[in-house]
Design a protein. Structure first.
Length: 573
């Protein structure tokens, strides 16, 4: 298990030591090793597709897919996009591309035309695997809008004006579409490539080769493609699961999207490296489907972002589900409210639930709580440093390491740091300095024992009349109000103070409240300058498909609704 060097440290620097070495192998080799150990154990359950695979059965599908891709002419280093909600085929293509050294490009299921076009062209995708649709969005129609040439080309011979690199489009489902391969077509073409040839191609891979591009969206500009190696994500998934005590007996419910690190790394690779079972309750997050899957599949672990756990806990039929098989899981992806964490432990039987912290560019996890941590540390911090990773917290302006218990920017170094942003050297240099430190942009505080709290984003910090306010601190306090289900605090422009606080509040079902009531709750409990001036009662928040709150959209909307356009135009030094 991981250990942290415990010296009389006064600076905010830690290195994660471990008696467990890093895995020096490719994803394909690790997958085959797991199959050899547990061939007849259940590997994958996709409940909404009514599909179940043992490890040996999954290997058969993965190898067919890998050979089929080779038959299409896909080569090592070429990019293969995947645009789909959670399905068994997503996982099959993940392991198949790893075996042949093709770079899997994860495309957000929520992307629209401009974003899809950008991702496919920026990564020069040669092939795209896509679902026919997702919820009310017709993926086939969207792709046809970008590449109408599909109507008049044979499969595999696309020559598109707007998508000049794309040659192969592989559609999921049983139906056929002009210009596209069907999923079964690719599997049938496996007969053209011998198993020996696949083994040769797989043996030619190196674990430091790039294997995955994940687009990370900022509040401005185009998404950047974080490029990750076998070594990056295989090891991170392995250690996340190891710190939870995963074995081949664990069954993990994965409602988080596979296109994100939380699903494909912490979920799929975490299970694969330990022989545990991957369980997809639905193609996208649905609270009832999650609760039903945990009960029916006797899941021992559950992953989710805080908003997912809040949704499950507040489901009207929550008390009718048997969740007693749960023991562990991870809450991550955005700041984890302390009260929500306590409810997960007490009401969902997840006595060993852990918090993880990280970012896509670091594969993703850098900090994780441990099973034997004191309850106070497990519910109120993101834990300690991950094995084989270094972290320092620096002054955002000077770059100097700050003393313990002092906020600063968290920087990560080690095996987990991405290779860089795909075809974007300038952005890579801005994110990773000359000493290979990844600058996260997150504000953090490290205590005397090396536990870390994330107190906000550098750009999220609110400065009101010279007072630095971390929205997370105000949110944590408001979560203690008995009527509040969820709350997000943002800064909005103010001509007098520069910025003021605003709280968006989601009340528990059946509850009512007023701004005056919540202000009264705050008085005497938190500093006056931390009490939000503006309040808005909402049913939900704008968020990404991964459940991350989009505070910049909340800010834009609030400026319009509150008539703060003039204050927003005030320039500052």
């Amino acid at each position: 298990m991981a250990q942290t060097m415990r010296s009389a440290a006064t600076t905010s620097y830690v290195s994660g030591t471990s008696d467990t070495p890093l895995l020096g192998m490719t994803i394909g080799d690790a997958f085959d090793a797991t199959v050899a150990r547990f061939p007849n154990r259940e590997a994958l359950v996709s409940r909404h597709q009514n599909l179940r695979y043992t490890w040996a059965e999954l290997q058969w599908e993965v190898n067919l897919c890998a050979r089929g891709l080779l038959a299409l002419g896909i080569k090592q280093g070429q990019r293969v996009g995947i645009w789909s909600p959670n399905r068994a085929e997503w996982t099959i293509i993940q392991f198949a591309t790893a075996k042949i050294g093709a770079i899997l490009v994860n495309i957000n299921p929520a992307y629209r035309l401009h974003e899809l076009e950008y991702a496919l062209n920026q990564s020069s995708c040669a092939a795209l695997v896509l679902a026919p649709n997702f919820r009310a969005t017709d993926y086939l129609d969207m792709l046809h809008t970008l590449a109408p040439e599909l109507d008049r080309c044979p499969p595999g011979q696309l020559d598109s004006y707007r998508l000049p690199h794309l040659r192969h489009v592989i559609r999921l489902g049983k139906e056929t579409t002009p210009g596209m391969w069907n999923w079964r077509d690719v599997m049938y073409r496996a007969s053209e490539i011998s198993p020996q040839r696949l083994a040769e191609v797989q043996a030619d891979q190196e674990f430091d080769n790039p294997i995955n591009i994940q687009y990370t969206s900022g509040t401005t500009g185009n998404p950047k493609g974080a490029t990750l190696s076998h070594h990056n994500i295989l090891n991170n998934g392995y250690f996340v699961a190891r710190l939870q005590g995963f074995t081949e007996n664990d069954r993990l419910c994965i409602p988080v999207p596979l296109y994100h690190c939380f699903g494909m790394v912490m979920g799929n690779l975490g299970c694969m490296t330990h022989g545990a079972t991957m369980i997809y309750p639905a193609e996208a997050y649905e609270p009832a489907a999650v609760l039903q899957a945990v009960q029916d599949e006797k899941c021992t672990a559950l992953y989710g972002v805080p908003t997912m756990f809040i949704g499950e806990l507040s489901h009207p039929d929550f008390a009718t589900y048997d969740l007693s098989t749960l023991r562990t899981g991870v809450m991550a992806g955005s700041p984890c409210p302390v009260q929500v964490m306590r409810n997960v432990i007490d009401l969902m039987h997840m006595r060993e639930v852990e918090i993880c912290y990280g970012m896509t560019e670091t594969s993703p996890v850098s900090f994780q709580t441990h099973l034997d941590d004191p309850i106070e540390k497990r519910v109120a911090t993101v834990g300690q440093i991950h094995p084989h990773v270094e972290v320092k917290i620096v002054h955002p302006e000077t770059g100097k390491v700050v003393p313990r218990n002092t906020p600063g920017e968290l920087c990560t170094r080690g095996y987990s740091v991405m290779l860089g942003y795909w075809d974007n050297e300038d952005a890579t240099r801005r994110a990773i300095d000359s000493s290979r430190w990844m600058h996260t942009g997150d504000l953090a505080v490290m205590d005397d024992d090396g536990y870390v709290n994330i107190v906000g984003r550098i750009k999220d910090m609110v400065i009101r009349g010279g007072e630095n306010i971390y929205p997370r601190e105000v949110e944590e306090f408001l979560y203690t109000h008995p009527k509040i289900s969820d709350v997000q605090v943002i800064g909005v422009p103010d001509e007098k103070y520069g910025e003021e606080l605003m709280a968006w509040v989601k009340l528990k079902e059946g509850e009512t409240a007023t701004a005056d009531e919540l202000i009264a709750f705050c008085r005497g409990q938190i500093a006056t300058f931390k009490i939000p001036r503006y309040w808005k009662f909402v049913d939900g928040f704008p968020m990404t498909v991964t459940g991350k709150i989009q505070k910049y959209l909340m800010r834009q909307q609030s400026i319009e609704e509150l008539g703060l356009q003039a204050a927003a135009q005030v320039q500052t030094a």
